[in-house]
Design a protein around this ligand. Structure first.
Ligand code: GCV
Length: 720
């Protein structure tokens, strides 16, 4: 297939067919390395005459190979390697390259995994130096250098110094051993367990993509873990993957369960304080490290959604984590303990439960434990306030968990660039140590001086040719990696960077695509869960509107629990007159959320009367209609914008995206119509002027259920 594409490309070039006419399945992600425009060719070729390497290592070879591949693609000629000359690009560390050692570069700011890229005179020649303190740093520098070319930056006067602000930058795969993926919408799991330890080229391309954005770890299996993965035959498979990822600076981690001493150890208890259990964890760690000497550590979901945990023995989450941590510590492994803990009993506001569980045990975790906190207090909603745990654990290494896969934001088809969601959370001020105590500063360790820091993203990769279910979903993988590297980075800048690498540097393409991306997440918020609504998605699927229905299979956590619609109004009172979840925030942050003019969180924190006048001058009911309608209009606009790029994007990626946008529009209308019809049954207020309520709000859904094909269903959904 790939070879065939190459032949096709050559033929197309020979026939002088414009590049945009060549079909492209998106496999190459943002590492496309397409030929640069004529005006860049001269200066770029002059600055890249020869690659100069030093003593080889698997990682430095990967850096060299990537540069050779990238420069050959971009500059349309094979890339030479050799000795220093004018236009040379030198890569290495002071240890691997005598030429770089001789430059006596100050590499302190590059840290363990960063790099410098400098234009310099080397041995009398004008050259570019890509150097780091470690081979992984050099590899990251090589990708950064290629990014400069892919985004058409000048290659003169370069003085770049970069180091990641967080230590652990991980993808969490919720992948099962049967290759299904919990909340995965991009095909099967990438890990072909029945064929491993035999390797697939795709594993290397996965590692390349991750290294290009600085990701340095991957948790291979679902947090709802199947412990067969710890069998010797599976560990050999895991070791094979670790071997592919190692040269790319990526460590392998595995999800673990607290009950493992019973489930796979054959013990009678998994009590973390039991001497037999303590000994078993040590022995299990030794076994794992024999197979994978640089194993990263465990990710654990405990006492949540039916998972076992230390509470089963009357122990704290810290005691549960520490028993594992002490077994991993001699091997330099870590335990990542999730704060996603809530009980099946809904008498306590779910949004308050994790805080109540973890704040009392702040400071009780061993040095090699990180507590991984979802960005919001509930569960990856289109918009949530930041979790009050950020800032509330000054003596604990707190790590961010974002979701990249769009469990609650329309799966593969809806275009929702998550950069603004990540940025909004990271820029939120916790006020833990006064103004400026942002979530970013909590998780990069600046605020509390943490030794361990990190950010994890629930992966959206799968066996789909384009890896992520849609072309635009690739941007979410990309922005996650870039923000894990620098939690203070700008979502817009990253969108621009991604677009240029993915769709090219044509200003109209960049302008249009970035505008679509930057508006897309708010559009989803508006047509799904405006004004702070949340958890009104369908059944256990989390797809489509179902404000009337049950979320998941837990009877006590129904959608009406979250929105509290009644004859008087709508929204969850989390002020002092309600659950007082507000009190878990530092007072200035609480005051911002309490402010009713902060419409983004209005119904998250308040039960508001249907007729109550909002800061916009409209009643809540009218505002709700305006928001739902605005969300749909925003999708219509994205479709128009995308259609304007028809002659500028290759037909395959264009058509896929156009089709998905049509589905998105139909489903946005489905959301609007279904939610408004439902909420109006409470508000009993007339629709505002100009809004025509559909006679049949569930037409799209029902036509799909009636077995109509998608086009027919779309037609019914698009009819108004
Ligand atoms: C992996 C939500 C999801 C579950 C997920 C869970 C978690 O409830 O719907 O699929 O389980 O979060 O984060 O553990």
């Amino acid at each position: 297939m790939r070879g065939f594409r190459k032949i096709f490309l050559v033929l197309a070039l020979l026939l002088a067919v414009p590049v945009t006419a060549v079909a492209d399945d998106g496999y190459d992600l943002w590492l496309r390395y397409k030929p640069v425009e004529a005006r860049w060719l001269g200066p770029y070729r002059a600055a890249n005459t020869v690659l100069v390497t030093g003593v080889a290592s698997p990682t430095l070879d990967a850096a060299r190979d990537e540069l050779a591949r990238g420069l050959a693609g971009l500059l349309g000629r094979p890339q030479k390697t050799g000795a220093v000359a004018d236009g040379a690009v030198l890569i290495g560390t002071p240890q691997s390259s005598p030429a770089i050692a001789a430059l006596k570069l100050d590499l302190k700011a590059a840290g363990d995994e960063g790099y410098v890229i400098r234009s310099m005179v080397v041995e009398g020649h004008k050259a570019t130096v890509i150097a780091g303190n470690s081979d992984a740093g050099v590899l990251h520098g090589a990708f950064a250098y290629l990014r400069l070319l892919q985004t058409r930056q000048p290659l003169t006067g370069l003085a770049v110094v970069e180091a990641p602000k967080t230590k652990l930058r991980l993808l969490d795969h919720w992948d099962n051993l049967d290759r299904t993926s919990e909340r995965g919408y991009a095909g099967l799991s990438l890990w072909n367990w029945s064929q491993l330890p035999a390797l697939d080229k795709r594993y290397t391309d996965y590692a390349r993509a991750n290294a290009s954005i600085g990701i340095n770890g991957t948790v291979l299996n679902n947090v709802n873990a199947d412990l067969r993965i710890y069998r010797p035959d599976y560990l050999a498979k895991v070791a094979a993957l670790a071997g592919v990822f190692r040269p790319y600076g990526i460590k392998v981690y595995l999800a673990m369960l607290s009950s493992a001493p019973i489930q796979i150890g054959g013990l009678k208890t998994a009590d973390p304080l039991d001497p037999g259990v303590i000994a078993w964890w040590k022995q299990e760690a030794d076994t794992i490290y024999k197979a994978i000497p640089d194993f990263g550590g465990f990710l654990v979901k405990a006492n949540s959604e039916g998972m076992p945990g230390p509470q089963d023995y009357g122990r704290t989450q810290a005691q549960g984590a520490n028993v594992m941590a002490r077994a991993l510590s001699p091997h330099h492994g870590v335990v990542i303990w999730r704060a996603f803990v809530y009980s099946p009993d809904n008498r306590e506001d779910r949004a308050k439960q994790a805080y109540k569980e973890f704040v009392p045990i702040d400071g009780k975790f061993d040095a090699n434990v990180l507590v991984q906190i979802k960005n919001g207090p509930l569960d990856f909603q289109p918009r949530e306030p930041f979790s009050p745990l950020f800032g509330a654990l000054p003596h604990t290494d707190a790590m961010m968990e974002f979701q990249i896969t769009k469990e609650y934001l329309g799966f593969a088809t809806h275009l929702a660039y998550l950069g603004p969601l990540y940025e909004e959370t990271l820029k939120s001020d916790t006020y833990a140590k006064g103004p400026g105590s942002t979530v970013a500063k909590v998780i990069d360790g600046e605020l509390f001086g943490n030794a361990l820091t990190g950010m994890a993203g629930v992966a959206n990769t799968g066996t789909d040719p384009n890896w992520s279910g849609s072309i635009f979903n690739q941007a979410n993988w990309y922005v996650f990696g870039r923000m894990a590297w620098n939690p203070e980075a700008s979502a817009r800048t990253i969108a621009e960077e991604w677009t240029k690498q993915t769709f090219g540097n044509d200003p109209k393409v960049v302008r249009t695509t970035v505008a679509m991306m930057m508006a897309s997440r708010q559009a989803v918020v508006d047509y799904m869960t405006p004004l702070g609504l949340n958890m009104i998605m369908g059944h256990g699927t989390h797809y489509g509107p179902a404000p009337w229905d049950n979320i998941g299979n837990r009877p006590d956590w129904k959608a009406p629990y979250y929105h509290h619609a009644d004859a008087a109004g709508l929204g969850f009172d989390r002020t002092a007159s309600g659950s007082d979840a507000l009190a878990q925030y530092f007072p200035p942050a609480a005051a911002k959320f309490a402010d009713k003019s902060n419409l983004d969180y209005l119904l998250w924190f308040h039960h508001v009367g249907w007729g109550e006048k909002l800061v916009t001058g409209r009643s809540l009911w009218d505002e709700l209609v305006v928001r739902y309608t605005g969300g749909v209009d925003a999708v219509k606009k994205m479709r128009r914008q995308w259609n304007g790029l028809k002659d500028k994007v290759d037909p395959e990626r264009f058509a896929l995206t156009a089709r998905y946008l049509a589905i998105q529009q139909a489903e946005a209308q489905w959301w609007r119509d279904a939610c408004l019809a439902y909420f109006q049954s409470f508000s009993k207020m007339p629709y505002p002027k100009g809004y025509k309520a559909p006679a049949h709000p569930l037409a799209y859904y029902e036509s799909l259920n009636a077995g109509k094909n998608l086009d027919a269903a779309l037609a019914s959904g698009l009819s108004n």
